[in-house]
Design a protein around this ligand. Structure first.
Ligand SMILES: NC(=O)c1ccc[n+]([C@@H]2O[C@H](COP(=O)([O-])OP(=O)(O)OC[C@H]3O[C@@H](n4cnc5c(N)ncnc54)[C@H](OP(=O)(O)O)[C@@H]3O)[C@@H](O)[C@H]2O)c1
Length: 243
């Protein structure tokens, strides 16, 4: 059987690194996208020490040059890509945030640069490679905080977490997911949004109640669904979430 190739953005730490570890243990070659060569090489070496075929790929999702170079490198080395996990993500207001009325537009813009525009840039660059896979899979790492339905429900735990830049960027990422799924319907490429749950990582100053590995198991689980798996879905550990 041919070894599958997965690219994970923001894979030098947190949920991205743990997702790479799970996929790597499954025998998948994992390409660790990271903007810092030092951090990316270190993560690849750590996984390599565990017997995982892990390689660092320089990739800042906001830098078109690194995105194009990464696609060229993967094309030259492997000629295709089976799994793309758009995991790189930021919050620009910290874990507690500011009221929307006190949020500078630049904070919203910065969140969208990574969490939305970066996903579009990476997806467009990698799609020709994913189309060459017998079962290409794109997983966009979203959040419950992207659910407009949950935000509109005062009884939901999500309702009280009003982080404008992050939440709006994840809602937009959900819209991006649906748009690509519609374009790619009937092809060999599926596109889903998946949410890891609230995990203790640098993103939230380790306030999450789940481990990064627990969150990663949700993302990796969606990534290994076969060609007959869902597309255009918004998936959490316990099943689909309302958009
Ligand atoms: N933790 C949670 O509870 C939670 C819940 C729902 C969804 N998520 C999502 O899960 C994903 C991973 O987050 P995490 O919790 O693992 O956070 P994290 O530990 O802070 O990791 C974020 C990763 O994204 C990378 N990154 C940031 N900007 C980037 C850029 N411009 N280009 C490439 N990589 C970039 C970071 O690289 P550097 O090390 O260079 O900064 C890091 O590798 C994010 O999309 C986040 O929104 C997390």
């Amino acid at each position: 059987m041919t070894t599958e190739i997965a690219l994970i953005t923001g894979a030098n730490k947190g949920i991205g690194l743990e997702t790479a570890r799970i996929l790597g243990r499954d025998g998948i070659t994992v390409l660790l996208g990271a903007r810092s060569a030092e951090h990316g090489e270190r993560a690849a070496a750590a996984l390599g020490g565990e017997g995982i075929d892990a390689r660092f790929v320089r990739l800042d999702v906001t830098d078109a040059g690194t995105v194009e170079a990464a696609a060229k490198l993967i094309d030259a080395e492997f000629g295709r890509l089976d799994i793309l996990i758009n995991n790189a993500g930021i919050t620009t207001t910290g874990a507690t945030g500011h009221a929307p009325s006190r949020t500078a537009p630049d904070l919203v813009r910065a969140a969208f640069e990574v969490n939305v525009f970066g996903v579009v840039a990476v997806t467009n660059a990698m799609l020709p490679l994913l189309r060459r896979s017998p079962a290409g899979r794109i997983v966009n790492v979203s959040s419950e905080l992207g659910s407009l339905t949950l935000h509109s429900d005062p009884s939901s735990a999500v309702h009280g977490v009003n982080l404008l830049p992050y939440n709006a960027s994840k809602s937009a990422l959900n819209a991006v997911t649906v748009a690509y799924a519609k374009e790619l319907a009937g092809t060999s490429v599926t596109v889903n949004a998946a949410t890891p749950g609230y995990c203790a990582t640098d993103l939230n100053e380790h306030a999450g109640h789940r481990t990064a590995a627990q969150g990663a198991s949700v993302i990796a689980g969606v990534a290994v669904l076969g060609a007959d798996g869902p597309t255009g879905a918004y998936l959490a550990e316990d099943g689909p979430l309302p958009w």
